[in-house]
Design a protein around this ligand. Structure first.
Ligand SMILES: [Zn+2]
Length: 346
């Protein structure tokens, strides 16, 4: 649905008056294609900013549905969306279409996997990270490094945020910074450590600005990581140029273990049980730390081989010492993966 109001030259006048963008930059935005991987806290902000800015095509990839506990930080959704139970990508697209009818918005309710990467990312100019797990981020990193697509990584937790813009061949990549993905449960997640909405707003806003710069071909893309803490009030950038000396296997030598299926892999419904197994990622797991983190969420039962917790009503998460997880109370693979991302960050 197109409406004339979208083409009103005054619409973007304050944006084109910003000299580094200009009318030429605006035309590039209109021709631009962006994929946003994950439409939660960060993806919401990125999508709002890019659609409002007049980016021509925006694909929203998400496997989840909005919940009441998302609303303090997921700016695209409201109570009606939670009640309707529509997938986030679809609900988000409905809101965004009302904001800018000239923007082509493509909601995709899917999991980003090695098998779906080409379909979801193959035809875009820029990829923006709104995901909540390392598997998706490493897949995006490998795909974008291989195909030469610039992408923006962002993360927010508690009051902290970080943003890294990756231009393959020119800047450090995610694997330069994080050589091995952390084992499940080793890092805090929004569901174990909490998050405040402004952290997501800041990170999403910085990611969106970086995406605009990439789309208009701005030279001001640095090889640095932004780290901020809104509670401490600290902002710093870390120069990543020294990482070029480490000889990253992915961006320097084309190694793509996640895309090749050597790491990660499909979740599988367990035969005869209302449960799904999610394979191990990363190295061995410190179950004591997993137990400590999950204790913030629900009652934990632990032994030396397995830690279990009821993380949501009727949903039990069991984590094994080898990194495998079994999610009971569902037979849906996407839901099980979402639970593992939420509570283990994997
Ligand atoms: Zn690298």
């Amino acid at each position: 649905m197109k409406s004339m109001s979208s083409y009103d030259p005054d619409r973007y006048s304050r944006q084109t008056r910003f000299a580094p963008l200009g009318t030429e930059g605006q035309a590039r935005l209109a021709a631009g294609r962006v994929a946003i991987v994950g439409c939660g806290a960060l993806g919401s902000v990125v999508a709002l900013a890019l659609v409002r800015a007049g980016v021509g095509r925006v694909r929203l990839v998400d496997r989840d549905v909005p919940e009441l506990s998302n609303l303090p930080r997921q700016m695209l959704f409201d109570e009606a969306d939670v009640a309707a139970g529509l997938p986030k990508a679809v609900a988000a697209a409905r809101h965004l279409e009302r904001i800018n009818s000239a923007c082509e918005i493509e909601p995709v309710v899917a999991d980003l996997t090695a098998a779906t990467a080409t379909r979801l990312l193959g035809d875009v100019d820029v990829v923006v990270d709104g995901s909540d797990n390392f598997e998706a981020r490493f897949l995006v990193n490998e795909y974008c490094c291989r195909e030469g697509i610039p992408w923006v990584h962002g993360g927010a937790i508690g009051a902290e945020g970080r943003v890294l813009t990756i231009v393959p061949g020119r800047t450090a990549c995610l694997r330069c910074l994080v050589p091995e993905p952390p084992a499940p449960g080793m890092l805090p997640t929004c569901d174990t450590a909490g998050i405040i909405g402004p952290a997501a707003l800041v990170v999403g806003a910085v990611e969106a600005a970086e995406a605009l710069k990439l789309l208009v071909g701005a030279a001001e893309i640095g090889n640095r990581l932004l780290v901020c803490d809104l509670w401490d009030g600290t902002w710093r950038t870390v120069d990543l140029a020294p990482l070029a000396l480490t000889g990253c296997p992915t961006c320097r030598a084309g190694d793509t273990p996640w895309l090749d299926g050597r790491l990660g892999g499909p979740a599988t419904a367990l035969c005869g049980r209302d449960a799904v197994q999610v394979p191990a990622v990363g190295a061995g797991v410190d179950l004591a730390r997993v137990a400590e983190r999950l204790a913030a969420v629900g009652r934990v039962k632990a032994n030396p081989w397995i830690v279990r917790a009821e993380v949501e009503a009727g949903i039990e998460l069991a984590v094994f010492a080898d990194g495998r997880a079994i999610v009971s109370g569902t037979r849906e693979e996407a839901k099980a993966r979402a639970i593992v991302s939420r509570y283990l960050g994997a």
